[in-house]
Design a protein around this ligand. Structure first.
Ligand SMILES: Nc1ncnc2c1ncn2[C@@H]1O[C@H](COP(=O)(O)OP(=O)(O)OP(=O)(O)O)[C@@H](O)[C@H]1O
Ligand SMILES: [Mg+2]
Length: 505
């Protein structure tokens, strides 16, 4: 026996215009966490899709428990003991949580010629699954009504429910913060004890060092190497991933915020308990960070300002004059732009090209005389965005769904930057983005501020909040718990404010 539960050997996968994987080898031990790292577009998800039967490799073999296997579809993988938590979640919004968990595989009850799924049994099974994993979710609610982080937890539970030998987790914590991520780490520890191997993809390096036993790094579709996690440092990982050392992650703050640009006064949202009496102002040239725990209503705040959600009370002032925002169109007309948290649901048009996805928010400016579309300009803007943000795509005509997760996020950012907003609202802008590209995005945000634009940015990454913001507004339970000047901000101060109105315990 090799001592490995899984061996992928010489895996090569070519798509039109890209060699996504080139002779990649991966060996995974039972009862261990094997991390897979690399920049956006390095080939991590592609390798895992080959293992899950979603893609067929052009070359290479997959050996499970010592036996070579051919995986034509996910069902083969599941039958052989491999399950996967996907980077992009695809719940069926109108079905209940439990239906989403068991879809198409719940044991049928039979009576003579009749067979059916027992709702009560399904409820029991789901409740037990959640109980075992210490998750507090009602199996009967419509999954579409839940937050992204809850849906991610449900995906985790679902992957565990297959009782697999190998569980692939492709950026499982991208929408989780604090306690929820801790929950996942506890689950992983437990899986390890039961001999399950976890393949873990993440851009969060502290997390990788903490929970993994071995780390494999990919670069441009090739394997750089595999190391015991204990022998790695963050610097070593960055150098191996990027192929160069990165200079400082956060450019120095040089902007000098000037007059107030936008002001929110006494904003509350309809059902009591959501936003409550929120007031703040953001200056020209200022980066205002928003911190807080999941559920502190940060996303709701930005979506309300942008006209996506109704407000009950409150007003907005722009350059000192009251303005009215009833829809995203109003917001855009006043110079606002919003990069949403969950790109798949609210941002990406999957089968459209990179070009269409980039220019969509800026259409009006491409309309020439006689209503003709200025194609040359659309192409120019797209090509510049691809270059500036280093978007990895075979061409501007490629369908965006074929880009890696992080590169889709970059396209969305490019979309809003093109509209030249006066106030840019960013909800977790670097989620799923690799270290190198993160530094580039920070640079662009700071450049915007330098040009006198205002930026409001939600981030669950403390280092990012502190490194980027001129001031940090901390929310707790829908209220403003406090505002801290950037140079005084520490993780501890932010956390203390973030839990200010919480009941103890
Ligand atoms: N179905 C597809 N058609 C065409 N190209 C694809 C397809 N799937 C992946 N690719 C390309 O393969 C390369 C690797 O993508 P992959 O999704 O594996 O990257 P990744 O390492 O998971 O990146 P990220 O960290 O951004 O998720 C990218 O250049 C991507 O555009
Ligand atoms: Mg990926």
């Amino acid at each position: 026996m090799s001592g490995y539960v899984l061996e992928m050997k010489g895996i090569t996968k070519v798509f039109p215009g890209v060699k996504s994987l080139d002779d990649v080898t991966l060996s995974v031990r039972p009862g261990s966490v094997h991390a897979l790292m690399g920049e956006n577009g390095a080939g991590k998800s592609t390798l895992m899709k080959c293992l899950f039967g979603l893609y067929q490799p052009d070359r290479g073999t997959i050996v499970l428990d010592g036996h070579p296997v051919v995986l034509k579809e996910p069902k083969n993988a599941l039958d052989l003991g491999v399950s996967m938590i996907h980077q992009e979640l695809h719940p069926i919004p109108d079905r209940s949580v439990m239906e989403n968990v068991w879809l198409g595989r719940f044991p049928l009850k039979k009576l003579g010629p009749l067979s059916w799924v027992s709702d009560a049994d399904m409820y029991e099974a789901t409740a037990k699954l959640f109980r075992d994993l210490d998750m507090d979710i009602d199996p009967r609610v419509r999954i579409g009504a839940l937050s992204v982080s809850k849906i991610q937890l449900i995906e985790i539970a679902k992957a565990v429910s297959y009782q697999s030998k190998v569980i692939i987790m492709d950026e499982p914590t991208s929408s989780l913060t604090g306690p929820e991520a801790e929950r996942l780490f506890a689950i992983i520890k437990d899986l390890k004890k039961r001999g399950v191997a976890v393949i873990y993809i993440s851009h969060k390096m502290e997390e990788i060092l903490r929970i993994s036993d071995e780390v494999t790094i990919l670069r441009d579709g090739r394997k750089v190497g595999t190391w015991p996690a204990a022998e790695l440092t963050i610097d070593k990982m960055i150098t191996s991933m990027v192929g160069r050392t990165l200079d400082q992650r956060f450019p120095p703050k040089v902007n000098a915020p000037a007059d107030v640009f936008f002001e929110v006064q006494n904003l509350s949202s309809p059902p009591a308990g959501r936003l409550q009496d929120v007031s703040f102002a953001v200056k020209k040239g200022e980066i205002l960070g928003i911190g807080g725990l999941v559920g502190s209503q940060r996303t709701e705040l930005l979506e309300t300002i942008f006209g996506l959600r109704p407000k009950a009370t409150g007003q907005y002032l722009c350059r000192g004059r009251e303005i009215f925002i009833h829809s995203p169109q109003d917001a855009i007309a006043h110079g606002l732009a919003l990069l949403t948290e969950e790109r798949r649901v609210t941002g990406i048009f999957p089968v459209w090209s990179v070009l269409e996805n980039t220019v969509i928010a800026h259409q009006r400016s491409y309309r020439g005389p006689l209503g003709l579309i200025r194609e040359a300009r659309r192409i120019e803007d797209t090509e510049r965005s691809i270059k500036d943000l280093r978007i990895k795509t075979p061409s501007r005509a490629a369908a965006i769904k074929n880009l890696s997760g992080g590169n889709q996020q970059k396209v969305l950012l490019a979309r809003w930057l093109l509209t030249k907003p006066e106030l840019l609202l960013l909800d977790e802008p670097t989620r799923g983005i690799d270290v190198g590209a993160k530094a580039e995005i920070y640079g662009m945000i700071m450049e915007l501020a330098k040009q006198g634009k205002s930026v409001i940015v939600i981030s669950s990454e403390m280092a990012e909040l502190i490194g980027l913001s001129d001031r940090i507004l901390v929310m707790c339970e829908g209220r403003v718990a406090g505002i801290i000047p950037g140079h005084e901000a520490t993780e501890e101060k932010i956390l203390r404010l973030a839990t200010q109105f919480k009941e103890p315990g």
